[in-house]
Every structure is written in C-alpha cells, then in structure tokens.
Design a protein around this ligand. Structure first.
Ligand SMILES: *Cc1c(COP(=O)(O)O)cnc(C)c1O
Length: 424
C-alpha cells in the first residue's frame, strides 16, 4: 500500500540523487509542468549554448563555420556523437539533422526497396499521424496504392499493439516495417530487440520512431541491430520548439546512397570540392540534406551535457519510480471518479508518461491548467502526465494528484465544454 502523505513525497525527494538537476531548469513559480514528453523545458545550459552560438555569429560572421567554441560545420556530427550513448549507438551512427518527419521521409526513401511482390510497408494503427502520412506518400511516390500496400497492425484494446500481431504481419510481401518505440498515447514500450530479430530473420528492414523514448529510456540500437531510427529532440531532450531532430543508421548500412541527397551529406573533406558527383559521408552524416539549422541545434549542446552528467540509466530509474508512485496515488486517491490507467504497468513495457483515461478528459485538462498543472490531452479521452526525471519532483507528483482529486470532488471541470483546444 502506498503511503499517501506529503511527508513521504518529501522523503522520496530527499533520496533522489538527480534532485539537483532541477536547479538547471527554468521552472515557473506556481506551475507544475507535467508535459515534458511533449515539449521539454528550457535549461540554463541550453540557453547558454544558444547564446554562445549567436555570439559566434555576431563575432565571427562566416568564420563561425570553423571557429569559435562550437564550429558550426561539425556541430551535427559532434552532437550525434554526444547523443550516441542515449540510444546505444556508435558515435558515427547518429546525426542531428532535419525533423522527425523529414528524417522518416529520408530513411524510407533510402530503405524502402520494393522488389517483385515484396512491396508492403507494415506500421501500426496507433502511430502518430505524421508518420503514417509520410509512409502513405512514400508509397504513392513509388506508384503503390497505400490502401493496399500500407498494412497497419490493429490494436486489440485501443491502447496497445500486441507484438505477436506485429510478428504475424511480417509476411513474405513485406519490405519494410516502421514502428514507434513507445506509443505516444498509451506509453506502451515495444520489445524493440525482439521485433528487430523477427523482422530481420524474414529479410525485412525495420526502423523505429524514438520520439517518446529517447531521453527517457536507454536503448541498444546498435547491439539490437536496428536498421534505422529517428526522433525529435524537443520532447525529453529539451532542445526547444522546432529544435532539430536526429537519426540513427546502423553501420552495416554505411556506404549506401541516401534516397534524398544534398551537399551536407557529403564526405566533409570533399564537400567544398563542389563536384557534381555526390560523395556521401561514410557515416550517418550522409543522410543530411542542406545547411544545418544551427540556431535550432544549439540548445542541444547544453542539454546533452546534462544527460551526460545524469546518465540515461539514472534518468530511467527515477522516471520509473515517479510514474510508479503516480500510478499508486491514482489507484489510491482517484478510484471513485472513473479514471482508468491506460498505460502498461510493467517496468519493461512502459515509457516515461502516465496515460490517464477519463470520458471528461478534455475539460479536466483545462481545469488542471487553471490550477497551474500542465498536462496534455490526447483525443478522445487521454490525459498524459509525464514526471520528467531531470526537473520534476515527487512532491509535484503528489500535488498533481491532490489537485486532480479536488477538481473531481468539486466537479470543477463542469464549467468548461468537453472539447479540445486547437493545440491539445
Ligand atoms: C512528436 C512526434 C512527431 C513529431 O514530428 P515532427 O516532424 O517533429 O513534427 C512524430 N512522431 C511521433 C511518434 C512523435 O511523438
């Protein structure tokens, strides 16, 4: 039985070895930010790094490409190297470039190679819409009808995708599989190692969208033999709104020509030869297209330093404790109000957020915001709450549940319509 006293939450904070990282972030007084899985908060180091890069532009002009603290020409590669431990990659297997969606387009353009009757792409019916739009359009570009060639593995319960069902969909006519590591709504963590092995034993290429796991969970993409992966850096990695994303390509695939070529994918020594013959880099760097968005990369320099100091293993340990504690409080305090925990509860099957379901979720979220608690809502009935290891406290988890209890007790949410806002 969980101890529901505030003193217990305070004791958990005293025992938290990552507690001091909270001071590294801008936390607005009077708010409890539980939305770091959607947009991470600004850290002082990220701000500092951005200011340093701005300053290099101010001081150096074009010489900033090769000079200053963070020469822009090597920034994407250097940050790829710094990100590698977060995903279990070799330093040259990760590059910081593009956006989640454009990286998926780039990777599918490269790795989707239909031949004969092996033409289908397998995805799932719970993935983020942008991923599905990208896959549909890639099929169309190759002259295939997405209605026939995109297979979306169905959910049995509206929350999870069963790994057995995915494996069953790995038939002879499948060329490529693209799946999320963690499902954005329910927070289910898929068995990446197993799915990779099953796909490859059937000659199917497999890639993962890591948006909801990178920065929250350790990965072993290299060891598992994952063919490719891509993720954004503005959620758990706190790179700021629209911050540049990342991708991983297994070294077994080095030397391939990227589907979408551009001069920044060149071997860096040869790029300025200005030859009309493309000489791709022998690393994941080959998948870059044009000039890097330096100002939208810069915050990541500071952000990744924090992860290096904290270590992703300790981040995961605290995150699992905080979500377990939150679920225990929900079970204990919110039972009478019709909430259902929609995420898997086992350690090895859940991501970094709690998925709380309620028919009145949209207006409960609006009421929470009036109390300074920032959750997010995902239609039709999900409240996502992410206690983030580097900046949230156990007392904040406790307070969130107390506020939620009060909102329900007094039916405060009834003054709002049960509709989502434009951004939810
Ligand atoms: C956040 C998220 C995206 C967003 O893609 P952008 O190109 O960064 O807008 C895509 N897929 C998943 C699974 C996400 O969680």
């Amino acid at each position: 039985m969980v101890n529901v006293s505030k003193e217990y939450a305070e004791e958990l904070d005293r025992q938290d070895e990552l507690a001091h990282f909270r001071d590294e972030f801008y936390i607005q007084p009077g708010t409890i930010y539980m939305d770091g899985n959607s947009l991470g908060l600004l850290s002082k180091r990220a701000e500092q790094a951005l200011l340093e890069v701005l300053d290099s532009w101010k001081q150096l002009g074009i010489n900033g490409w090769m000079q200053g603290n963070h020469p822009w020409y090597y920034l994407s590669e250097n940050l790829g190297k710094m990100s590698a431990p977060l995903v279990g990659a070799k330093p040259e297997e990760v590059i910081v470039s593009g956006s989640t969606t454009t990286n998926l387009h780039q990777l599918v353009s490269t790795f989707y190679q239909p031949i004969g009757t092996k033409t289908k792409i397998v995805a799932d019916e719970l993935n983020f819409p942008s991923d599905i739009y990208a896959l549909q359009s890639q099929l169309r570009l190759q002259g295939y009808d997405p209605n026939e060639h995109l297979v979306q593995v169905e959910t049995r319960d509206g929350r999870e995708i069963n790994e057995e069902d995915i494996i069953e969909a790995m038939t002879e006519d499948v060329a490529l599989i693209v799946l999320p590591t963690v499902l954005y709504r329910s927070g289910q963590l898929l068995d990446i190692a197993r799915l990779t092995e099953e796909a490859q034993s059937r000659g199917i290429v497999i890639g993962f969208d890591g948006c909801h796991s990178v920065g929250a969970i350790p990965h072993k993409f290299h060891e598992w033999g994952v063919d490719f992966a891509y993720w954004c850096n503005y959620k758990y990695l706190n790179n700021g709104p629209g911050g540049v994303a990342s991708l991983f390509v297994h070294e077994d695939h080095f030397g391939k020509t990227p589907g979408l070529a551009g001069w920044f994918g060149s071997d860096k020594e040869k790029q300025f030869d200005m030859s009309h013959t493309f000489n791709p880099a022998e690393t994941a760097g080959a998948y870059q297209i044009g000039t890097p968005h330096v100002l939208s990369i810069a915050p990541l320099i500071g952000s990744l330093q924090l992860f290096d100091e904290a270590s992703i293993e300790r981040v995961r340990t605290k995150s699992l404790r905080a979500t377990r504690y939150m679920m225990d409080l929900i079970d204990h305090e919110l039972k009478p109000y019709g909430f259902v925990i929609g995420n898997p509860t086992e350690y090895h099957r859940r991501g970094g957020h709690v998925c709380l379901e309620h028919p009145e979720a949209a207006r409960i979220c609006k009421t929470l915001k009036e109390h300074g608690v920032v959750p997010d809502f995902r239609a039709p009935n999900v409240i996502r709450l992410a206690p983030v290891a580097l900046y949230n406290t156990f007392v904040e988890v406790w307070e969130t549940i107390q506020i939620l209890k009060q909102v329900m007790d007094e039916a405060q949410y009834e003054k709002h319509p049960n509709e989502r806002d434009i951004i939810a």
